[in-house]
Write a protein that binds this ligand. Structure first.
Ligand SMILES: [Fe+2]
Length: 143
């Protein structure tokens, strides 16, 4: 459980920085809108990182929280410091969010098996928010 939560914390934290990287490197005619939307996303993700780490501490687990830990424990591909179009950024986010939703659901299943109501409950907000964002990104990416 602790290892799975540390992997989740690392995935969410790397995603947070990746979104901020897109916020800086987004290009195109809708820059003003996209720059702001990406800021909304990374602010929300920063809050998710905090929720995961603090729930771990409440449960007596040790969040692995150095930058080295995050890179070692995450399987999300980092931001690349290259200019990206909105379509490229949003389509990569849609696929990352779908991956993260799978991971969150795995953690919820495991928490339910261990009767860990706190962690199970915290995963619900993440499931709600990720599902909504995935749906909205799919609408945006529709031809
Ligand atoms: Fe900014």
């Amino acid at each position: 459980m602790e290892e799975k939560l540390n992997n989740l914390l690392a995935d969410f934290t790397v995603e947070t920085h990746k979104i901020q990287n897109f916020h800086w490197y987004i290009k195109g005619e809708k820059f003003f809108n996209d720059h702001l939307k990406l800021e909304d996303y990374y602010n929300a993700f920063n809050e998710y990182d905090d929720v995961i780490a603090e729930a771990m501490l409440m449960d007596g687990f040790e969040p692995k929280a150095t930058l080295k830990d995050y890179i070692a424990n995450s399987t999300i591909e980092e931001g690349r410091n290259v200019f990206v179009s909105a379509r490229e950024a949003y389509s990569e986010l849609a696929s990352d969010f779908a991956y993260l939703l799978d991971k969150v659901e795995e953690v919820k299943k495991m928490a339910d098996d261990y009767d860990d109501y706190l962690i199970s409950n915290k995963m619900d907000t993440l499931i709600d928010d990720l599902s909504k964002n995935i749906w909205m990104l799919k609408q945006l990416l529709m031809d």
